[in-house]
Design a protein around this ligand. Structure first.
Ligand code: SAM
Ligand code: SF4
Length: 322
């Protein structure tokens, strides 16, 4: 019988987000301080990641998402994907990317077994994209998305809802779900790292703009990962991932592994444990014990809204693996 991991609140923990690098080829204003990309990395090797995932899979992890930093800046990601999918118990490996390098790598990723990709794209306006990320990239990202769709991949476009986004930009992005078989999701800005210096664009404002353009959003029960999802009968769905205003911690099934091998039970808390040291000593029992301990200590919910909470994560999102 296959194992499963239940935490103290009865949640089934079967999903692991693995950051494979802290580096990035962009510097989004709400995420990445520019100097971070220059830091020397001490990351888990692909062999070490596979070794760890074998232990995670024996404990009950079934789904993996690769993230970063920007995962596609690391070489041969498709080789890692292929080997992850060979691990007994792992059913799905997906990826979240800014899409800059997607066009060049998508065929290899498809051949390796990736079928679902989240692409971060905050605007379709090149100048505004440049202001957000420090690069001109909309046409490159879009080329990668079209390439992925042509292979039959499932694409979710994620955009962080920051106050500066205009009605026009939002409707242009929503329109993509009308014109193409892809989903568009609005990610509520989290006050983490650089995100603390920015202001949120409220979900209600986004919904009202969409309503003005297309009429009332119809709720469907289908979930697009986290949180509820709404749709219009477009080709794709429109989703809202609002961790603060519409908390979904009760359904959280995830753990996070940072690029340097630190296991976190929750994005927003700084605590966790190092898996690299016992892995280097080939101490499988200790790795297993530390994983179980983190599942045991997985908090009931984040505490973004609590003022006196002492254990808040202070690192930027790119270092945690958002
Ligand atoms: N570079 C990849 C990308 O952009 O998709 C993967 C890593 S990125 C840290 C993962 C996700 O975190 C992206 O969708 C990004 O927009 C989101 N993110 C980064 N900072 C955030 C913040 N302060 N609040 C909410 N989402 C954030
Ligand atoms: Fe890089 Fe993704 Fe962070 Fe943007 S959100 S700086 S693309 S890691």
């Amino acid at each position: 019988m296959s194992k499963c991991m239940k935490d103290t609140f009865g949640r089934n923990i079967d999903y692991l987000r693995i950051s494979i690098t802290q580096r990035c080829n962009l510097a989004c204003t709400y995420c990445m301080p520019k100097e971070i990309s220059e830091e020397k990395e001490d990351v888990l090797t692909y062999d070490e990641i596979i070794e760890l995932v074998e232990i995670f899979a024996q404990s009950g992890i079934r789904k993996i998402k690769l993230t970063g930093g920007e995962p596609l800046v690391r070489k041969n990601v498709s080789v890692l994907v292929k080997n992850l999918l060979k691990v007994k118990g792992i059913e799905e490996v997906t990826l979240t990317t800014n899409g800059i390098l997607l066009d060049a790598q998508v065929e290899d990723l498809y051949a390796a077994g990736i079928r679902h990709i989240n692409v971060s794209l905050d605007t379709l306006d090149e100048e505004i994209y440049h202001r957000i990320t420090g690069q001109y990239g909309v046409s490159r990202v879009w080329k990668g998305i079209l390439h992925a769709l042509s292979l039959g991949m499932h694409i979710k476009i994620n955009l962080v809802a920051v106050k500066e986004r205009t009605r026009k930009e939002i409707i242009e992005l929503v329109n993509l779900a009308k014109e193409y078989p892809l989903h568009v999701r609005f990610i509520e800005l989290m006050p983490i790292g650089m995100g603390k210096q920015q202001k949120r664009l409220e979900e209600e404002v986004v919904r009202s703009w969409i309503k003005d353009a297309y009429g009332e959003l119809k709720e469907v029960h289908k979930s697009l990962g986290n949180g509820p999802c709404s749709y219009y009968g477009f080709q794709g769905y429109i989703g809202f991932i609002s961790a603060l205003s519409h908390e979904f911690c009760a359904n959280c099934s995830r753990l996070r592994l940072t690029a340097d091998g630190f296991l976190k039970p929750c994005l927003q808390y700084s605590y966790g444990c190092d898996l690299k040291e016992p892995l280097k000593k080939h101490d499988v029992e200790e790795v297993r014990h530390r994983i179980a301990n983190m599942v045991y200590h997985k908090p009931k919910s984040h505490a973004f809204l609590s003022e006196d909470h002492k254990d808040k994560e202070t690192k930027p999102m790119s270092k945690i693996g958002g």
